[in-house]
Design a protein around this ligand. Sequence first.
Ligand code: ADP
Length: 435
Amino acid sequence: MSPAASRDDDDHDSMTTTEGRQPVTAHTPATRVLVLNSGSSSVKYQLLEMRDSSRLAAGLVERIGEETSRLVHTPLAEGLGGKRERTGRIADHAAALEAVAEELARDGLGIDSPDLAAIGHRVVHGGLKFSEPTVVDDAVLKEIERLVPVAPLHNPANLTGIRTARQLRPDLPQVAVFDTAFHTTMPEHAARYAIDTATADAHRIRRYGFHGTSHAYVSRKTAELLGKDPSEVNVIVLHLGNGASASAVEGGRCVDTSMGLTPLEGLVMGTRSGDIDPAVTFHLKRVAGMSVDEIDELLNKKSGLVGLCGDNDMREIRRRVDEGDERAALAFDIYIHRLKKYIGAYTAVLGRVDAVVFTAGVGENAAPVREAAVAGLESLGLAVDAERNTVRSDEPRIISPESAGTVVAVVPTDEELEIARQTFALVGEDRTIDA
Ligand code: ADP
């Protein structure tokens, strides 16, 4: 049912005055959620209709603040036109959101619509305080700001997005959905680093984990795929995108994850090293004479697959491997070796594993990665069926053979839908707006 149709259905709620004037109040169920993912120079957005979880529009503003800013807007609701693009300087996040609002309005989906229930914001770091999606008020903004020292690249941009959206629609609930939230259930023995406790506590140094919205969504979808309640299944989720992380999910609760204080720890990623001996950083400073900023840049931007072979796109790496390129082959082997270690470690953490599940750009699309990651792990009950593994689909699917002890699956992630769902669940379906 279209939102417009639902408005008509609700017309009987309208009040007509004794003088026979037009309705002064109509209670309209607001069922749309706008999801914003604000980066330092970009804003990604999606508008969703929560009655059927459908997407009405999606888009991206990039290179904010530069002369070459670009907005790409894609209407997705039936009957709307195709993709539109604007180029030319968009000065700041406020201008970016205004441009987004204009594009949505052109499709009759304006953010001033009473159908909009809330705006859901992706916030990278919620520390220990935010284990649930939270309606933003001044105190919440302050707390997100307090976490900037542990998420200097992300939280400031997320805050800008929230503040700007608040100015545009001050009457609307703004909901923060935290990347770290799903991991707040990790027990202390998984979350703490074995360093001096007083120092760790003074500086809030511990393992927080990231990609939590994806791990939550994918682990729940995996339970659905197995026909079980999330509380009944233990799942290892491998979120393999440009950033990559693994998590061990026991009965729907995260008990360990591979990223730590920052998204640098854990798996080999597109440009990040993942796990290394921390003494490498001392060595780089003392012996190689690098500054802390240079080391930060090396480990976050010039390491991982790109550092090993010059490419971070798995498609390109596989093409090179198939052509016999040795650097690409070694990069691939290092990537797979680390993945295997995490599968083994999380099998030990969980004790019983019902499913190992691949998601995100690499996990959903790269059959050779999935095959190599479980090769030789038959003793853990893991195998992939060659034919099932090469099926391309947007649907969750099992790729292990019927006989396998543990299910291996591919479950496409959908972080925007999960943010919208959590936002809508918090704000409530019965939120009504006086029209
Ligand atoms: P992020 O959200 O972390 O930027 P994504 O989850 O979108 O990343 O994943 C992007 C990565 O997915 C690309 O860098 C590329 O390595 C990989 N990828 C995308 N499509 C394919 C494909 N068809 N085959 C192999 N790898 C792919």
